[in-house]
Design a protein around this ligand. Structure first.
Ligand code: SF4
Ligand code: SF4
Length: 338
């Protein structure tokens, strides 16, 4: 828990890659030669300008290749329409943002699959979820590197490693479950009557006659959000309203379930640079709220996020997101024994 490594940057330096390199040299490599290593990143929404430079990810890839491992870079699709709703769109956005396989030196994957259905349900322990649904990356990956941008977030105050393990691994349905308690609401003008919502509904709550709009029996609906997450036209309303404490607890429960699957074969790196008010999903104006600190490395998501917050300070987040309790991710992680 206490093994935290720091690599501060000189803010006048033109290039922070040497600072990351120096951190990597000090870290225990999670992989052995020949092993497949998944590097979890966020390559930024289309139009976002605060995402982490691919130069850092390239450095991590080269570090792994130099040790004979077989790295790949991955992210998952998102709920909302934009540049990452489907795997094809997300890979296009990745390329636009400089995340190119030739440049990085390894394969780039959208881990929940081309249709968002390459997912698995894993056991969770907490007050909100018995299971959580995440990208099915565990079977063929020997080790993980969780590379996270430490920055602000409107409902969690800040986002770092816990958020990357949670929202970053989650299926679209799980993303919806974390954001709000759900039931489907049809936007008829967007619906193409494709029938996918009936096909994926696990309870039979969605019914659709040929050539008709789907109908939803809310008595049978368990709020799993599969229909919302997988609708190809975003014709089922995405619900964002949430209590920030509940949101953070759901975030932590999902992260804890993922962590149980990968602890012991994973290292984490937080980049505390270009610390913006909102996350890298934000396509518009996203101001920087704190000076660059540098890179923080560690072996547990809770300790690395706490160490990062300590270095950056809580004040920028409190000022940017007044009333949002930044501490709940930490207290709840301890409460559920993460
Ligand atoms: S999946 Fe979406 S587009 Fe297809 S029938 Fe259902 S609501 Fe309509
Ligand atoms: S939320 Fe889940 S249970 Fe409810 S209608 Fe959609 S797929 Fe079916």
């Amino acid at each position: 828990m206490k093994d935290i490594l720091y690599s501060p940057v000189d803010q006048s330096a033109a290039d922070y890659v040497p600072a990351l390199r120096s951190l990597l040299e000090k870290m225990t490599c999670p992989s052995s030669a020949g092993e497949r290593v998944g590097i979890k990143v966020h390559w930024g929404e289309r139009g976002n300008r605060s995402f982490l430079s691919p130069a850092y990810v390239r450095e991590i890839v080269q570090w792994q290749l130099g040790r004979g491992a077989k790295p790949y870079v991955f992210d998952t699709t998102v709920l909302y329409s934009g540049g990452r709703r489907t795997a094809a769109e997300s890979l296009r956005t990745a390329r636009e943002n400089g995340y190119d396989e030739n440049y990085l030196g390894c394969e780039i994957i959208v881990a929940d699959g081309s249709d968002g259905r390459s997912v698995t349900d894993i056991t969770a322990h907490g007050n909100h979820f018995a299971t959580v649904q995440v990208a099915d990356v565990f079977k063929d990956t020997d080790a993980f590197i969780i590379f996270s941008h430490f920055k602000g977030h409107m409902a969690a105050s800040f986002g770092g490693a816990i958020k990357n393990l949670s929202m970053g691994f989650a299926s679209r349905a799980q993303k919806q479950r974390m954001h709000a308690d759900v039931h489907p609401e049809l936007i008829k003008k967007s619906c193409i009557k494709c029938g996918l919502c009936s096909e994926v509904c696990p309870t039979g709550a969605t019914r659709q006659d040929p050539e008709e709009y789907p109908e939803f029996d809310l008595e049978m609906c368990i709020g799993c959000a599969q229909c919302i997450g997988l609708c190809p036209e975003v014709a089922l309303r995405i619900l964002w309203e949430t209590d920030d404490l509940v949101f953070q607890e759901k975030l932590v429960e999902t992260a804890a379930a993922v962590w149980k699957m990968i602890a012991g074969k994973t290292i984490l790196i937080n980049a505390c640079i270009r610390i913006t008010a909102e996350c890298d999903c934000w396509p518009g104006h996203n101001p920087v709220i704190a000076p660059d600190y540098g890179f923080v490395g560690g072996y547990h998501p809770l300790s690395i996020d706490e160490a990062s917050l300590e270095r950056v300070g809580k004040e920028p987040f409190e000022k940017t997101h007044p009333g949002v309790n930044w501490d709940r991710q930490f207290t709840y992680a301890r409460q559920i024994g993460m």
